[in-house]
Design a protein around this ligand. Structure first.
Ligand code: IVH
Length: 703
């Protein structure tokens, strides 16, 4: 077996900028032209290291500075503008419709197989037809995204087309330009000459985590949600406004080059290596070369086992005859090439009956309809529930209680109902309408006109209270161990808690009256609750409060812009809107939250209880943002956890191993092999005292 992991480009090209300090002074148009060109090459190379290789050599802040410098020079010298400049990823031109264009050669589909026997037939047939003892295969993941064709002329990205019907697709060039994994201009390498016309194909996709975040954001904003990352990708590529596509977290893996032999490539492996060097993102970690049949089958099994852990969706593996000469010999029959095959995994979809729809109450009173399903196994996991999001979704998909529905489970994505199957209806199915009263507290439910939001109006609703407390106690928030759903429910039922501050009035006697609590567990929980009053940063506290739309990240942004909670109380909508990442919805949400009597009371009670909110007062000057550290050996003044939390609190990054993008290696007593790594890679080393001096310089007081 051979894999591609070791074939990354290792040398760093000379003649690129790694920091703006290296930029020559620009006195006239001629020097501007030189600097602009070098800046573009540098940014292209840094993009490649960051996106294609996941191995950047400069920090984000240094990159941002280079990028701003290029923007500044292009503005000053508009005559130097170029479409392939890295600043030109997001065009502003709005289209009315997509043009159609024909592919230079058909974009075929792969024959799909589902078993080992079929794989063996494919394998044996190739040996026989090629009259060989062994045949090499390129084993690749089968990405579950959207196939596209990219055309490069003289190394510059000219045109991008969807697969369409295989012969003709839609021209989506401007949308594809917004994807950073797709190079706008190929990287020039000395020996290998980039062909004047290069056509490559690959898959655009969305990573599972980004998809979840993106969908969650849409749900919050009352927009329709996508059933899976593939649909989200396809929808994102079909935006008529490229600036909208630019906001979507799209990625790209290359898997094909047309006329590969004419381009001088002998094998699929060689093609991947070359195109990887020219700037394309190749899935080096998971592409392998095999000859032995059992190895092919092992690959299939391994990838299936790893499927859930991969950050992106795959629905099978692809085996391609590695040699292009052999590919040509085997040829194509009707729609599928005979030199490749897609071995599909078991489906992640299944049908089941929708038994009931219940309403789930969130911590801010938002109500979400949830489908209760007849238990069904999908990819080895039993599914009993799926979110239906809102009334509008239910109506659009015409989902009724009693329907047979198609359910899809994708990795850690919440199970989704793709559609109902009306042909299977018996006539007993019932349409569903969100009730008028909250199922938990019977208060009125308010439904928005577009039927995309439903909310329980009672702030004291026990379900809301339960969710608020659980959120307050959760890991990214106040981190109270042992305060789980069951315990919170029992505490509410017994009327021991009625608000967040009432948590702190719990006594041992109360806890001992709850089923499942004994002396030790009661003491532990009380200690955890009390413990959360000390040493908390403002951002975690803000997050814990559960301000609608304010997740971890925004809580951090707010705490970076307001030195104390008092300042935030007084913040007007206008003031909030001055912050880069805060738009009107979030500003409204924050202002509304702090104008609600009950919320103010909660906060003031918590402050009275003595909750300590040390705001690190992070600002541009006293932050470690953009710095990455590796620690090795024992430090005199900190434990490893302490120092790592400290660095992260001030916006810095702690890496577990030394790479070229490490800024400093801090060396304590009895250092490990990381010291060696630092020496070899030429990464600056700091003693504990140097580290303290660095903090001092940044105006950060240690601990
Ligand atoms: S090769 C002639 N390689 O599967 C075949 N396709 O049914 C050229 N796909 O539309 C395609 N991962 O969207 C190839 N590693 C991979 C792939 C892959 C996913 C998709 C592609 C294509 C479909 C073929």
């Amino acid at each position: 077996m051979m894999n591609m992991r070791s074939s990354k480009r290792k040398e760093i090209p000379s003649g690129i900028y790694n920091s703006i300090d290296e930029i020559e002074s620009v006195e006239n148009k001629k020097t501007a032209q030189k600097v602009v060109s070098k800046l573009r090459d540098s940014i292209r190379y840094h993009d490649y290291r960051y996106y294609a290789e996941s191995n950047p050599i400069i920090s984000d802040s240094r990159y941002d500075e280079l990028f701003s410098k290029l923007q500044e020079l292009e503005k000053k010298y508009p005559e130097l503008q170029s479409d392939s400049s890295p600043t030109q990823r997001i065009g502003s031109e709005l289209l009315e419709a997509f043009e159609k264009d024909e592919h230079s050669s058909p974009m075929r589909s792969l024959k799909a197989i589902h078993g080992k026997k079929e794989l063996k037939s494919f394998y044996d047939r190739n040996l026989k037809e090629l009259n060989e003892n062994t045949v090499e295969y390129s084993s690749e993941p089968k990405y579950d995204g959207v196939a596209v064709e990219l055309i490069y002329t003289e190394g510059v990205f000219q045109k991008g087309i969807t697969r369409g019907d295989g012969t003709t697709g839609e021209v989506i060039t401007d949308n594809l330009k917004t994807i950073k994994d797709i190079p706008l201009k190929l990287l020039q390498v000395q020996k290998s000459k980039i062909p004047s016309q290069l056509i490559v194909r690959g898959e655009v996709y969305m990573e599972k985590d980004s998809f979840n975040e993106f969908n969650e954001e849409r749900r919050r904003m009352g927009e329709s949600v996508f059933a899976n990352p593939r649909n989200a990708t396809s929808g994102s590529l079909r935006q008529l406004d490229p600036s909208e596509t630019a906001k979507r977290p799209l990625r790209f893996f290359l898997y094909e080059c047309t006329k590969a032999m004419e381009q001088g490539f002998e094998t699929q492996f060689e093609m991947f290596q070359k195109l990887g060097i020219w700037g394309f993102r190749i899935n080096r970690d998971n592409i392998q070369i095999h000859t032995n049949f059992e190895k092919l089958y092992d690959y299939y099994q391994t990838m299936e086992a790893q499927r859930e852990k991969l950050p992106y969706e795959i629905d099978g593996v692809v085996f391609k005859v590695n040699s292009f000469f052999f590919q040509k010999k085997l040829g194509t029959r009707s729609r599928n090439p005979r030199w490749a095959i897609a071995y599909k995994f078991k489906s992640k979809r299944n049908t089941t009956q929708l038994r009931n729809i219940i309403m789930q109450v969130g911590r801010t009173g938002q109500l979400t309809p949830v489908a209760i399903l007849d238990p069904v196994t999908i990819g080895g996991v039993t599914i009993t529930r799926a979110s239906l999001h809102n009334q509008s979704e239910i109506d659009n998909k015409d989902i009724r209680i009693g329907d047979i529905v198609l359910v899809e489970r994708a990795g850690d994505v919440i199970p989704q109902i793709i559609k109902s199957i009306p042909e299977k209806r018996t006539g007993k199915e019932e349409r569903y309408t969100i009730p008028e009263n909250c199922p938990m507290c019977s208060s009125n439910i308010v439904i928005s006109d577009d039927k995309k939001h439903a909310r329980c109006t009672n702030l004291d609703c026990p379900a809301q209270l339960r969710e608020r407390i659980l959120h307050f106690a959760s890991r990214g928030a106040m981190d109270i161990n042992g305060l789980g759903k069951k315990t919170v429910e029992k505490l509410i039922r017994k009327h021991y808690i009625s608000s967040i501050p009432s948590l702190f009035k719990l006594t041992k006697e109360m806890l001992l009256k709850l089923e499942g609590f004994a002396d030790k567990s009661a003491d532990n929980l009380l200690r955890e609750i009390k413990g959360c009053l000390s040493d908390h940063s403002l951002d975690r506290f803000l997050y814990a409060l559960g301000i609608p739309l304010v997740g971890n990240h925004l809580a951090r942004v707010l705490s970076q812009n307001f030195s104390s909670i008092d300042k935030l109380f007084g913040a007007t909508r206008e003031k909030l809107l001055q912050i880069d990442e805060i738009g009107p919805e979030i500003a409204n949400s924050v202002v509304n939250f702090f104008s609600e009597e009950q919320n103010l009371e909660t906060i003031s009670k918590l402050l009275d209880l003595g909750i300590s909110l040390e705001n690190p007062l992070i600002s541009a000057s006293n932050s470690l943002e953009g710095y990455s550290f590796v620690f090795t050996g024992r430090l005199d003044n900190w434990t490893r956890d302490e120092v790592e939390n400290f660095v992260e609190k001030y916006g810095g990054r702690v890496l577990s191993s030394v790479s070229r993008n490490t800024d400093y290696v801090v060396v304590g007593k009895d250092p490990g092999s990381k010291l060696n790594d630092a020496e070899q890679k030429g990464i600056p080393r700091l003693t504990e005292q140097d580290f303290l001096d660095l903090l001092k310089k940044k105006d950060i007081s240690p601990k």
